[in-house]
Write a protein of this length. Structure first.
Length: 261
C-alpha cells in the first residue's frame, strides 16, 4: 500500500467534549479512520497541525514522548482524566526539519493539545500511531502558509499522514448553546468555503477575508489557517467532504479529506 500517497485531512474539532461524545460527527471521524487504514494501511506517523498551537514562528516537536496538553478550562473532570497516549516520532521530526530548513525549529515546550487528541481519539482510537505537532505560524501570510504546506507534501509518499484540525467557522462570542445547527451567517460562510475547496478555487480560500460573513466566521484566524496548510499539501486534488455540519450557531465541523475515494 505504500506505492500510493497518504491522504491529507482537515477536520473540525469544536468543543473539547468531542473526545467523550458519541454523535454523528464522532462516528464520521471513526469511519474516516477505518477508511484510511483500509485504503492506505496504517500511517508511519501523523504530522498534526492544531489551531491551538498558534505561535510566532514555525515550530515542530522533536521528542519521542510528547505530553498531552489539557489546554481548556471549566470542563468536567472526566475530560481531564481522558488519556490519548500517542508517542512522538523523532524520525518524522527530523524529516520535517530537512524539508523546511531554516523555516522551522524544534520546540518541545508544548505537546499534543486538545485540537489534536480530541479528534484523533476517534479517528485512530488505539493511539498506536506516533504524532508530531507542527505549530500554526501567526507571522506568515496566507500564501506563505500555502507554500509551506506544499513543502510538506513529500511526506505523503513516505507513509506519513498530514492531519490538520481547526474550524471553517469558529466564533465563540457568537455561540448559541441551544442551537444544534448553524446561524445563517455560519451556514453561508461554510457553504461558500466548501464550494471553493471542492472546486479547488484555492485563491478564493486564501483570500477568505473577502468572502461574505468572514468577520463573523473568522474573527481570529488560528482555526481557519490549518486548512491552508492542507490545501498546499494536496494541491490540485479534489476532496471528500465529511461531517459537513454546523452546530452551536457559530461552529462548523466540516472536514475535507484529500487523496481518498
Amino acid at each position: 500500500m505504500r506505492d500510493q500517497k497518504m491522504p491529507v485531512i482537515f477536520s473540525g474539532h469544536g468543543s473539547p467534549m468531542l473526545a467523550l461524545e458519541d454523535t454523528e460527527v464522532t462516528r464520521g471521524l471513526r469511519t474516516l479512520g477505518k477508511n484510511i487504514i483500509e485504503q492506505f494501511g496504517k500511517p508511519r506517523a501523523i504530522l498534526a497541525l492544531s489551531a491551538h498551537w498558534y505561535t510566532r514562528g514555525t515550530y515542530v516537536q522533536g521528542t519521542a514522548n510528547p505530553r498531552q496538553v489539557y489546554d481548556m478550562y471549566g470542563f468536567p473532570q472526566e475530560l481531564y482524566d481522558f488519556k490519548y497516549p500517542a508517542k512522538g516520532s523523532p524520525e518524522l521530526s527530523s524529516r520535517i526539519l530537512t524539508l523546511l530548513g531554516d523555516q522551522v525549529s524544534v520546540n518541545d515546550t508544548w505537546g499534543i493539545d486538545h485540537g489534536t487528541w480530541t479528534v484523533l481519539c476517534h479517528v485512530f482510537p488505539d493511539a498506536d500511531i506516533p504524532v508530531v505537532q507542527l505549530s500554526i505560524d501567526a507571522t506568515l501570510s496566507a500564501g506563505d502558509i500555502y507554500q509551506l504546506g506544499r513543502a510538506l507534501s513529500p511526506l505523503r509518499e513516505e507513509g506519513y499522514l498530514i492531519f490538520a484540525s481547526g474550524n471553517v467557522v469558529h466564533n465563540l462570542r457568537r455561540v448559541e448553546w441551544d442551537n444544534p445547527g448553524g446561524s445563517p451567517e455560519c451556514a453561508a460562510f461554510n457553504q461558500a468555503i466548501t464550494a471553493y475547496v471542492t472546486r479547488r478555487e484555492d485563491g478564493k480560500v486564501l483570500d477568505y477575508p473577502a468572502v461574505p460573513h468572514a468577520v463573523y466566521a473568522v474573527p481570529t484566524p488560528e482555526h481557519f489557517l490549518p486548512l491552508l496548510y492542507v490545501l498546499g499539501a494536496a494541491q490540485g486534488e479534489k476532496p471528500l467532504v465529511f461531517n459537513n455540519h454546523c452546530e452551536l450557531g457559530a461552529i462548523a465541523m466540516t472536514g475535507y479529506a484529500f487523496g481518498m475515494n
